[in-house]
Design a protein around this ligand. Structure first.
Ligand code: NAD
Ligand code: TYD
Length: 339
């Protein structure tokens, strides 16, 4: 396999590259990443050192047709996994434009370039958030109507529909995956778990939106990566597959877990103004992925959190490195407005 992975310097992309290198050492892995604030080439240092000419990094934008086409042709790529995205809901509320550019136009460009270059398969990585929000019961199925509530999820839903259209119109080999909330090593500290870890270890207050009763279905990142790998190798062209962790948790309970694992006191918790349009609950039905791909999450929330916190404790240099000025400017302003 000669695989192009986009967004490989981000959280899930980096974990995916390490997993593919370990399980398929003969594959050529090409990583195209724009290195936005969320992209950290340092996350791949070990891979770079170890993989030799089996790993290539290309600094570029998935919206750039010339750049993407050159990579596909020069490296004779036969499959693409598109992780590249603007991925943070709060940032999309603050400014939706970059989300539409990368998540919609960039995804379309990947599909177009792949078709023209006759790439075998594109796996487009999407999210459960395209389905909107659930009440206290029920689950999202692949047939659940798309009803995104944030600019982020709307842009992801737009790309999912373009992927569907490319399959229907051109017969293009595209598989769409939709996964629930990931956590694990290399996650940027603007998302709930690493953000709360970073704040707890500094003894800062932990900003919980609203009443903290919103529910997410947490999946350890390795399990998501395994799902994407299965979709790449065994997925049906034109199919959509849901992946989930079967680990529904209220935000407040996630935050309490982090405080317990870091030995910090619960009086650090601070309830702040709710996120506008905040989805109440996500829960994934992944029966289709289980049946057609053999997918099953293998890491429990308790195990995954222990591994995650241990990773952040052992990698404080990584955490310091990614907390740059640009990151702080946005986050400081965002939290000031909410408290
Ligand atoms: P991330 O924000 O950590 O990483 C995104 C990466 O994409 C960064 O390295 C960034 O530099 C790169 N990038 C952004 N714009 C680009 C562009 N125009 N061209 C090239 N590279 C660009 O995101 P993540 O959490 O790793 O998510 C990866 C994918 O998985 C996204 O598509 C996201 O929607 C999806 N997803 C994420 C989750 C989650 O819980 N994090 C859950 C389900 C699906
Ligand atoms: P997040 O990690 O941003 O993922 P998503 O919005 O894609 O689900 O947030 C997870 C949950 O945690 C979500 O319900 C919002 C909540 N949250 C807080 O309560 N405080 C915070 O500072 C952040 C970043 C999130």
């Amino acid at each position: 396999m000669r695989l192009l992975v986009t967004g490989g310097c981000g959280f899930i992309g980096a974990n995916f590259l390490y997993a593919m290198r370990q399980r398929h050492p003969d594959w050529l892995l090409v990583n195209l990443d724009k290195l936005t604030y969320a992209g950290n080439p340092g996350s791949l240092r070990a891979l770079e050192n170890e993989a030799g000419d089996r790993y290539v990094f290309a600094h570029g934008d998935i919206c750039d047709r010339k750049c993407v086409t050159a990579i596909l042709n020069d490296h004779k790529i036969n499959a693409v996994v598109n992780f590249a995205a603007e991925s943070h809901v709060d940032r999309s509320i603050d400014d939706p434009s970059p989300f539409v550019v990368t998540n919609v136009l960039g995804a379309q460009n990947i599909l177009d370039c792949a078709r023209r270059a006759k790439v075998g398969r594109v796996v487009h990585v999407s999210t459960d958030e395209v389905y909107g929000s659930l009440g206290p019961t029920g689950q999202f199925h692949e047939s659940t109507p798309l009803a995104p509530n944030s600019p982020y999820s709307a842009s992801k839903a737009g790309a999912d529909l373009l992927a569907r259209a490319c399959h229907e119109t051109y017969g293009q080999d595209i598989v769409v995956t939709r996964c629930s909330n990931n956590y694990g090593p290399f996650q940027f500290p603007e998302k709930l778990i690493p953000l709360m870890y970073a704040k707890a270890t500094k003894g800062e207050s932990l900003p919980v939106y609203g009443d903290g009763q919103n529910v997410r279905d947490w999946i350890f990142v390795d399990d998501h990566c395994r799902g994407v790998e299965l979709a790449l190798l065994k997925g049906r062209a034109g199919a959509v597959y849901n992946f989930g962790g079967a680990s529904e948790m209220k935000n407040i309970d996630v935050v309490r877990t982090i405080l317990r694992l870091t030995g910090q006191d619960e009086n650090l918790i601070r309830f702040v103004a709710d996120r506008p349009g905040h989805d109440k609950r996500y829960a994934m039905n992944f029966d289709l992925a289980a049946k057609e791909l053999g997918f099953a999450p293998s890491v429990s929330f308790a195990q995954g959190m222990e591994r995650t916190i241990a990773w952040y404790q052992a990698n404080s240099v990584w955490l310091d490195e990614v907390q740059s000025g640009a990151y702080l400017t946005f986050m400081d302003r965002w939290y000031k407005e909410r408290t």
